[in-house]
Design a protein around this ligand. Sequence first.
Ligand SMILES: Nc1ncnc2c1ncn2[C@@H]1O[C@H](COP(=O)(O)OP(=O)(O)O)[C@@H](O)[C@H]1O
Ligand SMILES: [Mg+2]
Length: 220
Amino acid sequence: MDPMNLLKKGQIAKGAEAIIYRGTFLQDPIAIKHRLPKAYRHPDIDNRIRLHRLRSEAKVMTSARKIGVSVPCLMGIDIQNHILILESLEGKILFEKMDSLPTEKLQPIFLKIGRQIGLLHSNDIIHGDLTVFNVLIQLEEKPSLIDFGLGKISNEVEAKADDILTFYSTLKAIEPASKILFSTFLEGYLGVYPEGKNTYEQMKKIQSRARYIAREDRLE
Ligand SMILES: Nc1ncnc2c1ncn2[C@@H]1O[C@H](COP(=O)(O)OP(=O)(O)O)[C@@H](O)[C@H]1O
Ligand SMILES: [Mg+2]
């Protein structure tokens, strides 16, 4: 019998790519992340993509944890079955949290998120999919980062700018106070990573490039 089946007690969540199950390991709660095949992709390509993301996620989250960024502890990896075994974190994803708190209560959280991303980027670690769905807020408003499957190690300013632009874009889509919250995020980011001003400059360049393309595309 597949020992993984014993652990699959209950589904926590279904993300865009994976199903997360709850389990226990030596009495500690764990999350089992199973990347599902995508039927629209050719099976060989699908396998390669899932394998690449599994390896990246394991590697990048381990590097992040080593430098003191709050991420779940990686407890195991099953390459054959596309499964990661992670420490399970208690808390709410940022998206949900934003629904329940006013701007002034959210600001200290965004400052801390900025510091976490600043620490990540100052060590040349890229999250790769920094949406409001991939930040988990634990007890005492402590932010942790999850979902590193598109992450990489890189010193490119473009990759860092993509991270903060993704964060701003998802924020803007759901939150009227996105400008205030993003500037609080930046305050935390630049506080631990002063060279991050280049990231921010690059982010603005990408934004104006996107606006220019949008104008070009506009129909008369
Ligand atoms: N270590 C964890 N502890 C607790 N919940 C988790 C953990 N990892 C993921 N989750 C939950 O599962 C959801 C999807 O996980 P995620 O890693 O973002 O997968 P996907 O790539 O499918 O988006 C998250 O939004 C979160 O609610
Ligand atoms: Mg996710």
